[in-house]
Design a protein around this ligand. Sequence first.
Ligand code: HPA
Length: 274
Amino acid sequence: MSSIHQQSIKEAAAYIRGQKGVEPQVGLILGSGLGVLAELIENPVSIPYTDIPHFPVSTVEGHEGELLLGTIHNRPVVLMKGRFHMYEGYGPEVTAFPVRVMKELGVKSLLVTNAAGGINTSFEPGDLMLISDHLNMTGTNPLIGPNDPDLGVRFPDMSQAYSRQLRQLAKEVAVGQGVALREGVYAGLLGPTYETPAEIVMLRTLGADAVGMSTVSEVIVARHAGLEVLGISCISNMAAGILDQPLSHDEVMETAEKVREKFLALVMAIIPKM
Ligand code: HPA
């Protein structure tokens, strides 16, 4: 089974390589509102997911499915425009596939961003949070099943899931830009419901500073593959029960839109140094 999987990864990567002869060094998976980064890629080649052998296809409106290859300040990158969420019905291993293809293409480090609800009450909507660590609260794991030792070890170390070195780099770039950067623990849940206030109290008790519905399975696979990971959350709203108001996807998108310029500037400055 695992060799079939490996062959699918190799076939997908071979197809992508055939479209653009540059080996990407940095992989980018960007959450709600940061899709516009795609427009800042120099000499982009766009490959619809539907054209890539074995590639999953995203279903959610507003999450386009294409892979972009090009450069950012001369650094070769591959960007997933549209990611796969488990609440769409995909198994966690589906989120794994593109990350493994990135690794096969030559990627060494991965930048993941997301929109997240603020659990830490000192946060405010619009804050950017460097992810220092995560809580996998999805109840599953993308590495369940037979392990292919060519892809990674059976029991991967997660003690530095988010690279200390890349976090230091992000902090330095943020200081240089005068952008305030929070730091904290991201709790990744399945969704698609937002949390109840009681769940937010639970997550805070467990040490979470922010909560969202993505990222953890991608990061697990990235670590399995030996990629260095940098994660940044946009705090798009305060989590349930903190403010006396309902949560909505509109609020999430509005905040993401408001901080887009500062988020983009930060990310654009970090990528060439990753
Ligand atoms: N909870 C879960 N996911 C989210 C939130 C939230 O409050 N905001 C943005 N994504």
